[in-house]
Design a protein around this ligand. Structure first.
Ligand SMILES: Nc1ncnc2c1ncn2[C@@H]1O[C@H](COP(=O)(O)OP(=O)(O)OP(=O)(O)O)[C@@H](O)[C@H]1O
Ligand SMILES: [Mg+2]
Length: 371
């Protein structure tokens, strides 16, 4: 016991009329009537026991909760309120508690149960308070019936499990439907005589694949709110690479990710994936003309204030002048601008040896809204 606590208080005023009224170290003593009133009108069940574990005071809530009349409790061991299988353990616990009586919750981390007069059990939470009285140290236990809370928690857990199963199914189906679309586009490409049309269909196919991959990853990870950007981009660029097999070993592909996972929500993952899809596809298609060799580097970095920066760079022939780009009727770079806007991000293009596109955007919608 902490000696500085002065518990039970030495030299506290005595209450001759009520041995269970608490003795206070300083100030006026709480009289028996006031003490009993406080206990009686407490919103939880209150049970006061002496050193032997005998109940010396109970309130109306205790009668109601355990379905006993007050006179059937006073003078009885508190263990009658404990399920039979826990009684022995409870006695040992009680003795231990009196060796070092401190205000604290009982049995933290364990499921506690109360036992009604008819033997039925219910889950409870107990707060223990040592009280110094003229008759010695007693313990005032405050007991709450947590049956309703448990039920509500169970209902929530069941509802969550059900939603998880549904979401899992939805992502699985979306992914499957997107795969059907890619198969249809592929089929159409096979029938198209015009090589330009075939290329357009193949690019559309790539875009649909990039979207399907997000759903596949969410489904695989069973986390439907966020995904690991490094894992996503890794699988995405490998899939793009497999469409440009002809480039063989001529074009290297490197993905640089920070050590810690960068997680982004689905809302950002799709535009971010589509963006990287356009840029990496462009590098494969345009940067290494003829037999030119080189490398495409995709880098993910944690940016300032919960933002993420993704860059796609290649050391190929470089972008044509702006004037030429403006004249073109291509879709890819326009989509890039659009996705950056959708991500509330910024885009920087550096022309040097090849070209480097850098995008920085907040990791989730909430970051943007609160910033
Ligand atoms: N990494 C790159 N290296 C060299 N040139 C590039 C690169 N990326 C884009 N370009 C040039 O910019 C042009 C516009 O790119 P954009 O992605 O908008 O169109 P595209 O790839 O030709 O067609 P699509 O609309 O199918 O994407 C390309 O035609 C190409 O000339
Ligand atoms: Mg393009």
């Amino acid at each position: 016991m902490d000696a500085t606590n002065d518990f039970p208080p030495t030299g506290a005023p005595k209450n001759s009329s009520c041995p269970i009224a608490p003795m206070l170290a300083d100030g006026p003593q709480l009289g028996e009537d006031s003490f009993r009133r406080v206990v009686e009108w407490a919103p939880s069940a209150m049970v006061m026991i002496d050193l032997e574990g005998i109940m010396v005071l109970v309130n109306a809530q205790t009668e109601q909760m355990f379905d006993y009349r007050r006179d059937a409790l006073i003078g009885k061991p508190v263990e009658i309120l404990v399920p039979e299988r826990f009684r022995q353990h409870h006695q040992a616990f009680r003795t231990g508690y009196f060796n070092d009586p401190q205000p604290r919750p009982m049995g933290v981390g364990r499921d506690l149960a109360g036992c009604r007069a008819d033997g039925s059990e219910f889950p409870i939470e107990i707060g223990l308070n040592p009280i110094a009285t003229e008759a010695g140290v007693m313990v005032l236990a405050s007991i709450i019936d947590i049956t309703e809370r448990r039920r509500a928690q169970q209902r929530l857990e069941d509802a969550l499990r059900e939603k998880t199963v549904l979401l899992n199914e939805v992502h699985h189906r979306v992914k499957n439907n997107l795969q059907v679309i890619t198969s249809l586009l592929n089929l159409q490409a096979d029938f198209a005589a015009d090589p330009r049309l075939r290329a357009i269909l193949a690019e559309s196919c790539g875009r649909v694949k990039a979207m399907a991959l997000t759903h596949q990853l969410l489904y695989e990870r069973k986390d439907f709110s966020r995904l690991d950007l490094g894992d996503y981009l890794d699988r995405l660029v490998q899939s793009i690479r497999s469409s440009y097999r002809a480039a063989g070993n001529r074009i290297g592909l490197r993905l640089m990710v920070p050590e810690a996972e960068v997680q982004i929500d689905l809302e950002r993952a799709i535009p971010c994936g589509l963006l990287v899809n356009e840029l990496v596809t462009n590098s494969f298609k345009h940067a290494f003309t003829g037999e030119r060799q080189g490398e495409i580097v995709i880098q993910i970095e944690e940016g300032k204030e919960s933002s993420v920066c993704v860059s796609v760079a290649d050391n190929g022939v470089g972008l044509p002048p702006d004037s030429e780009l403006a004249q073109g009727s291509s879709l890819g770079l326009q989509l890039v601008q659009l996705f950056v806007e959708q991500l509330h991000g910024t885009l920087t293009i550096v022309r040097g040896e090849g070209v480097r596109f850098s995008m920085c955007f907040p990791k989730s919608m909430a970051e943007k809204e609160t910033s």
